[in-house]
Design a protein around this ligand. Structure first.
Ligand SMILES: [Ca+2]
Ligand SMILES: [Ca+2]
Length: 161
């Protein structure tokens, strides 16, 4: 009888031990999941998942080619990810144009690139001279890129949350 009772007590103790271990593991899993959630939230804040503001200005170009006889008549379309920021006016017969336009696009993140399409205005169909794609980083940056048909495009942008 005492033996059985002893075994029962031992089983009960073992069961209690299992429950304690299970509760400990469960709490540990919860805590790690909570810290993961907090970590992800922190990462989201760092990488700007909630969206920021992109300001684009200082657009100018050098040595552009497009028209067969006289210099090209160039304008630039501004995109941030899938969002259009609009376009500059075109500068007639100028291979080294600069534009005073400033563009502000909001609500995207640093995972979306800044895209600048360079076009030459013609009477019927405008020619796409080239596209520059820049990854977006925090702060203010001066960037430039080569245009496929010749020349380079320069731009300044700033990204803030
Ligand atoms: Ca022209
Ligand atoms: Ca033209």
């Amino acid at each position: 009888m005492a033996n059985t009772s002893g075994t029962n007590t031992k089983r009960l103790t073992e069961t209690k031990l299992y429950i304690t271990q299970f509760a400990f593991l469960f709490l540990k899993a919860m805590a790690s999941s909570l810290s993961m959630t907090l970590g992800l939230l922190f990462l989201c804040m760092l990488t700007g998942v909630h969206g920021g503001k992109l300001r684009v200005w200082g657009l100018n170009a050098r040595g552009l080619k497009g028209d067969p006889v006289n210099p090209p008549d160039v304008y630039v379309k501004v995109w941030w990810g899938s969002k259009s920021g609009g376009m500059t006016d075109f500068v007639k017969d100028n291979a080294n144009p600069s534009w005073g336009s400033e563009f502000i696009i909001e609500g995207l993140t640093t995972s979306d690139s800044l895209k600048l399409e360079v076009w030459d205005k013609d009477l019927n169909f405008d020619d796409h001279l080239g596209t520059c794609i820049f990854s977006v980083g925090h702060g203010t940056h001066n960037q430039n890129c080569r245009i496929g048909s010749g020349g380079s495009l320069f731009v300044t942008y700033s990204y803030s949350q």
